[in-house]
Design a protein around this ligand. Sequence first.
Ligand code: CU
Length: 514
Amino acid sequence: MYRRTFLAGLSGLAVAGPVAAQMKHDMGGMSGGHGQHAMPATDANPVLPEGQPLKALPRLSNRSAVPGLFQAELVAEPGVVRFAEGLDTPVLLYNGSTPVIEANEGDKIEIRFRNGIPGEPTTIHWHGMPVPADQDGNPTDPVASGSERLYAFNLPEGSAAPYWFHPHPHGLTAEQVYRGLAGIFLVKPKDDPIPPEYGDTILLLSDLRIAADGTMPESTMADLMNGRVGDHVLVNGQKNPAMAVGLGEKRRLRLFNATNARFLRLRFENASVTVVGTDGGLIEAPVAVDELLLTPAERVELIVSFDKPGAARLTTLDYERGWMGPDKPAEAGMVLLTANVADQAVAAIPPLPARLRAIETLGNPVVTRRFVLTESMGGMDHGDMAMNGMDHSGMSMSSSGMDMRFLINGASFDMNRVDEVSRVGQVELWEIVNEADMDHPFHVHGTQFQITEHEKDGNISPPAYRAWKDTVNVAAGETVRILLRQDLPGPRMYHCHILEHEQLGMMGTVDVQA
Ligand SMILES: [Cu+2]
């Protein structure tokens, strides 16, 4: 109750610290979209068309004729998209779209990048990719507005996976991403065990909020607190697009959660789903599932079998992630994609192999690190509040007003501070301890890790299957243990991938020494 009253009264309060920097102006209002936000209704919420044929994201063409070399140009700049009939929405895009880069293990990559965003620095972070630290778009390496640079790196053997890329400038990441900057980086293996008859369909999930005039409202206090959740979850920029499939067809679908803060608990109605890959590529053996949770920045590769004629819908289920304050968006029952399955059966297609690949075990860790995630409101963290006889849903106002921070080991991100020092090649155990009220999807730059266990309320459970991951959801009150090894030297970020939380301090730097 405290929280509800507290947040309802937020707009009248003085705003201090990093929050102030984020808040440009008071709340925008929406209704009638996917998630119902009971914000003060200032504008009608434009209706987006549904059921249009699914469009494939455009491929970025390789300018090089040299085998094993991929060369291309990327420009980040403003654009306009018509999401709703008759309404232009100003956005930010790479090369006027959400491009897909496709390359092979072993390739050398050279991307000439130009920042065409007026007045804002930016970077390109190659999310999940094992690239050199100075090529990874760290906030410490901004590209100024109007400037350009070359991103160059190699794709090692074994790095085949569905990566993505997005901006990572200090203080602007959340905004540049929700305004549209994202792309896909698909690294293909030399030998792919998935039958080519299944095709290969990329589904980039993004989140949109637009006002009656088509513009994207600035983020509100609730957005900073919970991460910005829009009104429409789009697939490749479309609302509930349609794909036509034959009866009995199997399709390879690669799902990318490129939203700032959407927790997508998904199921496919009238179709059966098998997981074959995660952030870091294929898992060892196919795993049939009824539903799955895809949190911000995570990816999953599915084989979907369309064994029933009629509509098969990718829908959402409710998920409790510890929403702060009033107006948790209704997340259940959204239809993200519709597959129209024909009555006519297709010719028999090859089965999915029982073994996909081997995943190396990382061995015993030589170092253990502990990362405690907390939230601090009004300059007080949990400990302080408890000490003052307040449960964490009670807030008090420091003299300078509301100050919201998201912390790792009690510290807020500082670009000039190294928080941990590690070594190239050493195996480490990281314990991510979430003492906060909200789930936080934890991401590590520069490598892929393996989850070893989940612990909650004294119960320890292993992961459902061994997988390479670069982002793992750590639920409120949960501890997740991961094994990782960095193979390249340099400073690497680790942070919550609710982009507003990263921006409000939930990020640190580990310096990996050679
Ligand atoms: Cu977070």
